[in-house]
Design a protein around this ligand. Structure first.
Ligand code: SAM
Length: 330
């Protein structure tokens, strides 16, 4: 039962937790994984599913009602349906979702759905297999498309397709993404490219603002605004002549820090208070010391007070405290 909601020092109610299950990934997306790789978290520091469930119980007690499982690539972790089932059994969780690159989705979709996962986000930046290989480093385009079709058949709703738009790379494919959403029950989410520590785009050569993307979308379809969903930072539109939706996530051009309701649990049990901020809090140590649920919830409450007022995307990307996106899960 919820004791007292989690509120940070700026009065924002925190209700959304993203849990990174692994920092390993079977793709090497140029904007996410640094070219030379990065030191992976050693196995002994990775939270077990039981540890994640124990922390999840504390977060739920503090009013967290939305959880996203992410990575790295969460589907490279064994026996994921076990964790999904455990989390979906908390009656307080209204919204459980998963972010995946879709490569293993065709194989896992049915078991995840049966375990209680009802909605899913899949990353797909292009319909061109050669560009897919350039962006992700691997030849897995077909596998992702098969994964998306399987997710539709299995019954996940909504299915959101994350598209990171890059100038000169996939900005000529907007019509194809609109057509994809016209014909399928999917929400295409155009995400602005964020600077990361490895900084794939130091000169902002590839950055495209969502204002431009929206203008291009409007060349191919009308957009019918949908009411904003609580805690969702996306601007969502229905398609008057299609079955899917189009959404825009404009973290760079339109900051939504004042409404931020999310915190992130990294694979090693570190709580990260802002995607692009240095504020973190170690929960693994007290968890493994066997601290009580009351103590853990008190520590989480204390940690949340460290959440900064706003992100530092516009600051120096050389900031050593900023980890790679694959380590935090986006
Ligand atoms: N492997 C999973 C996947 O591909 O969705 C989950 C992890 S991935 C880090 C989560 C999301 O972050 C993906 O949709 C990815 O496109 C997005 N992402 C990673 N780096 C990004 C960046 N620099 N700018 C914008 N989005 C980014």
């Amino acid at each position: 039962m919820v004791q007292d909601y989690l509120v940070d020092s700026f009065g924002r109610r925190i209700s959304y937790l993203r849990i990174s299950l692994t920092d390993r990934c079977n793709l090497r997306c140029c904007y996410c994984v640094p070219p030379g790789g990065f030191p992976l978290t050693c196995r002994t520091k990775i939270l077990t599913y039981e540890e994640i469930l124990r922390l999840a119980e504390c977060f739920v007690d503090l009013g967290i009602d939305k959880i996203r499982l992410t990575g790295g690539e969460p589907l490279v972790r064994q026996n994921l349906p076990y964790l999904v089932k455990g989390i979906s059994e908390f009656p307080e969780i209204k919204d459980l979702s998963l972010s995946t690159n879709g490569v293993f989705l065709a194989r896992e979709a049915q078991a995840l759905f049966q375990a209680g996962l009802k909605r899913i986000n899949i990353s797909l930046d292009t319909f061109d297999p050669a560009k897919f290989k350039w962006i992700t480093g691997l030849d897995k385009h077909e596998a992702v498309l098969t994964g998306i079709e399987k997710a539709i058949r299995v019954g996940f709703r909504p299915i959101k397709i994350n598209v990171v738009m890059m100038k000169g790379m996939n900005d000529d494919e907007i019509e194809s993404f609109v057509a994809f959403a016209m014909e399928r029950p999917v929400e295409i989410r155009f995400i602005e490219l964020m600077p990361t520590r490895n900084c794939f785009d130091p000169g902002k050569r590839y950055f495209v603002s969502n204002d431009w993307v929206k203008g291009e979308v409007l060349r191919w379809t009308d957009l019918a605004p949908e009411p904003s969903r609580t805690g969702d930072v996306a601007e969502v539109y229905g398609l008057p002549n299609g079955i899917g939706r189009i959404a825009f996530i404009s973290s760079i051009s339109h900051s939504f820090c004042s409404e931020c309701n999310r915190i992130r649990l990294r694979v090693d049990g570190t709580l990260k208070l802002c995607l692009h901020g240095e504020e973190t809090f170690d929960l693994r140590t007290p968890l493994r010391e066997g601290r009580s649920k009351a103590e853990l919830t008190r520590l989480i409450r204390e940690a949340v007070q460290l959440k900064p007022q706003g992100h530092r995307f516009t600051g120096s990307v050389a900031d050593e405290a900023v980890v790679y996106m694959c380590q935090v899960g986006g």
